[in-house]
Structure formats: structure tokens, C-alpha cells
Design a binder for this molecule. Structure first.
Ligand SMILES: O=C(O)[C@H](O)COP(=O)(O)O
Ligand SMILES: [Mg+2]
Length: 428
């Protein structure tokens, strides 16, 4: 193993890929030694000095650990772009989030952030619709979007599913999505569900005069089934497809983005399973990295947490994710382990808040996220005592109250569905 990767005098080049890592060396290993091993293993080196790595080759391709803060257990590494297949997310991850996470020289290691050079951005399309495209698609420009997840997660027949979706649309939802574990079950086949639900979305559109979007889950083995399902949606005239990004995997997402381009489908990204490697703050890969890969590949909207709902995620973390979704230029924020990222021509993604939300949380959600967010309510709509349609209406009323700066209690005096929701969910 070479020993000259620590190079705090190095100024990263515009063409370098930069990573920030949290490192906890194991007992008896010093911090710089662990950082050196990590940098070598993620690029050109092995566990021992190898004769096949000439000094010339090493000089050209070696990683530069250009920032070391042992107290904060943080290092930043600049990697030459030559090390990567720039259009392949799996290859990049195999390097900077691969073997290094398993090394014995560290007790814990976490990829906190990754900053892509322009040459890597050039290899990807980014979102086709993105935030502005979704606003155009839905015809809603000036408020957060309201969505629901048909509940129960799985168990309804296709007919019942479509009916619940219809009630949600009729009550005021802009979007209705499948749950992450609903794909193609015996009692609810993909094709039948898609056909019936899209039909009723159209009916709700003509009745309400609003655009109504159905986000049908196409997650499946990529080539044999997922793309086939995407094409079914296209043929049925859908505007959206939904995918479980982590179970499906990065290559599936890259393939889908290519295929969905011709199909003109917006892509909704459900992040279920991300916590298997993002939740431990000391080890794994951060959700920030997941979000950045989604924007790079080109998903149009992504679950980023709720702050006030049932999913973990501190406010500062969720807001960093929001910024990474929506800003053209993300400034560095040392305290949050965020590297600067210029997104160039890549469009912003629409952030989605979903998980354990009730209509009565809308004022808080609006204060946290602002206008550019999709608020999704599963139980918060389908558990409304007056039923699904009333649950959706209560959400729209709560949003109207919030946008008008009126308290929910005040607005509820003349809005029955909200009144019932306030009685059920607002802590007295
Ligand atoms: O997929 C989701 O985001 C969740 O199913 C949300 O459902 P909940 O609002 O009932 O938690
Ligand atoms: Mg769900």
C-alpha cells in the first residue's frame, strides 16, 4: 500500500469527483492510515504494495485526500475522473461506496456526500419533467400538490383500488399513487389496476376540471417485466410511472430513464429500503447521496422525508435533501456535510413528503417545505371518519387555510371535512 494519498495541499480540479467520508478507524489504526487505505481501496490500490502499480501510473491516477479533520472524523477525497466510467452509476458506487465499507481497518465508514464533475453530469439527462414539468403536467403552479397512497398497502382488488383512487381524486387529490409493495398480485393485477384506475382518473378530471395523475408502480425485474409495464402505462395514456428505487437498483433506474424518455412518462421515486444503508449516521451511504444519484439519473420526484411524520429524518437533513432536489447551484455547508454542486442543465426534482402525515400537519409542512412540495397522505386521508373523499377534501381545505394564513380551527368553522379532521388529529 502506498502511503502518499494524504495531500492536504492539493486543490481539487474541476474535473475531479469529490467525496466526503466519515471515518472511524478500528482499534490500533490511526486516522490517516485508515483514510489512506480507504482512498487506495476505492481507487487504484491493494492491501499491500503491488509491483504492478508503477510510480507513473500511481502519480496519474492516485486519489488525493485533500481535507482531513480528525476531530470531526471527516475526510474529503478528490478522484481523477479517469478512474470512472462516468455514465455508470453502478461503477462509480463500486468504487466510492464499494469494498471500502467492509474494511477491517475501519469500525465505521460513511459516504456523506459526492460532488459530480461536469463531465459526469454530461453523461446523464437528469429529470425529463422535473419540478417545472410536473407543474405544467398537473396544471398546478402556485401551491403544493396533494397526493394519496391507496390503502391498505396491498389487499384490495383492482376494482376496489380504482374506486378508492376515484374517491381520492374526487375529494381533491392531484395525485394518487400505489404503495411500494403493490405491484402485480393475484387479487390485483398490474394491468387491470392500471386500466381501471386511469379510467376513473379521467372521469374525475372531467368532473372536477382539475388534472388528476395516477402513479402506478412498475417495479419488477427490469427488462422482462418493468419496461413492459411502463409500455402498458404509455399505451393506456398515463402521464406517470412509479418505481421503488432501492429495491429496483441503479441499473434499472438508468434503463428506465432511457426508456421513459420516449414514453413521455414522469417518474415518481419511492425510496423504501434506503434506510438499510442511510439510517446509521456513522456507516453506509447518506440519503443525500441517494437523492443526488436520483437527480443525476433523472427521476422527476423523490420522497425525502417529512420531519413531522412517521419517518426518521431531522429537519436539517430533510432540508438539505430539499435543497439538493430544487436548487440549480447547491452551496457547500460544512456543518451538514454538504459539498457544493452545480447542477448545470439538469432540472430540479419535485420533493415529496410522505409517511405518517395527517391533514392537520399541513401548516407545519408548508412552513418547513414551502410551496414546492408534494404532500402525500395515506392513513391521513383513508382514516378520515367521513371516508376517503372527505379526507382528501380536508387536505385541500387545510391547504387553503394555510395559504390564506387562517388557522385550521378558524377555517374548520365553515368547512365540515376539516372540522372532523381537526377533531380527530389536532392535539387539543
Ligand atoms: O408510501 C408511502 O409514502 C406511505 O405509504 C405513506 O402512507 P401513510 O401516510 O399512511 O404513512
Ligand atoms: Mg408506503
Amino acid at each position: 500500500m502506498r502511503r502518499d494519498y494524504i495531500d492536504t495541499g492539493y486543490s481539487p480540479k474541476d474535473t475531479d469527483l469529490i467525496c466526503e467520508f466519515h471515518i472511524e478507524p478500528s482499534a490500533g489504526v490511526n486516522f490517516e492510515e485508515a483514510a489512506t487505505h480507504m482512498a487506495g481501496e476505492s481507487s487504484i490500490d491493494s492491501w499491500t504494495e503491488i509491483s504492478t502499480l508503477s510510480p507513473e501510473l500511481a502519480a496519474r491516477l492516485k486519489p488525493h485526500v485533500f481535507y482531513v479533520d480528525e476531530d470531526a472524523q471527516t475526510v474529503r477525497v478528490a478522484y481523477s475522473e479517469e478512474l470512472f466510467e462516468l455514465g455508470s452509476v453502478p461503477q462509480v458506487l463500486s468504487a466510492v461506496a464499494g469494498n471500502i465499507l467492509s474494511m477491517k481497518v475501519v469500525d465505521n465508514l460513511r459516504l456523506q456526500d459526492i460532488a459530480f464533475p461536469g463531465s459526469m453530469l454530461n453523461e446523464f439527462k437528469g429529470p425529463k419533467f422535473g419540478l417545472p414539468g410536473i407543474r405544467e403536467l398537473t396544471g398546478v403552479q402556485d401551491r403544493p400538490l396533494i397526493g394519496t397512497i391507496v390503502k391498505p398497502k396491498v389487499g384490495l382488488t383492482s376494482e376496489k383500488h380504482a374506486e378508492v383512487a376515484y374517491k381520492s381524486f374526487a375529494g381533491g387529490c392531484d395525485l394518487v399513487k400505489d404503495d411500494e409493495n403493490l405491484t402485480d398480485q393475484k387479487f390485483n393485477s398490474f394491468e387491470k389496476r392500471a386500466e381501471l384506475t386511469l379510467k376513473l382518473a379521467e372521469k374525475a378530471e372531467s368532473e372536477t376540471g382539475e388534472r388528476k395523475m395516477y402513479l402506478c408502480n412498475i417495479t419488477a425485474p427490469t427488462c422482462k417485466e418493468m419496461i413492459r409495464r411502463m409500455n402498458i402505462l404509455k399505451d393506456l395514456g398515463a402521464s406517470y410511472a412509479m418505481i421503488d428505487i432501492v429495491p429496483a437498483g441503479w441499473t434499472a433506474l438508468q434503463t428506465l430513464r432511457e426508456e421513459a424518455d420516449d414514453a413521455e412518462l414522469a417518474l415518481h421515486a419511492h425510496r423504501c429500503m434506503h434506510s438499510a444503508y442511510t439510517r446509521n449516521p456513522r456507516h453506509g451511504i447518506s440519503m443525500l447521496v441517494v437523492a443526488k444519484l436520483c437527480r443525476l439519473i433523472g427521476l422527476d420526484q423523490l420522497h425525502i422525508g417529512t420531519v413531522v411524520g412517521k419517518m426518521h429524518g431531522e429537519k436539517h437533513e430533510v432540508l438539505s435533501l430539499r435543497d439538493e432536489c430544487v436548487l440549480d447551484n447547491v452551496p457547500a455547508d460544512e456543518s451538514q456535510h454538504v459539498l457544493a454542486q452545480d447542477w448545470g442543465r439538469l432540472k430540479p426534482m419535485f420533493p415529496v413528503a410522505s409517511g405518517g402525515l395527517a391533514p392537520t400537519m399541513i401548516p407545519d409542512l408548508y412552513a418547513i417545505f414551502g410551496r414546492d412540495v408534494i404532500m402525500q397522505f395515506g392513513g391521513g386521508i383513508h382514516a378520515h371518519p367521513m371516508g376517503t373523499a372527505a379526507g382528501a377534501t380536508a387536505c385541500r381545505q387545510a391547504l387553503e387555510a394555510t395559504l390564506e394564513g387562517v388557522s385550521l380551527q378558524e377555517y374548520a368553522k365553515n368547512h365540515r371535512e376539516l372540522e372532523v379532521a381537526v377533531d380527530k388529529w389536532l392535539k387539543k
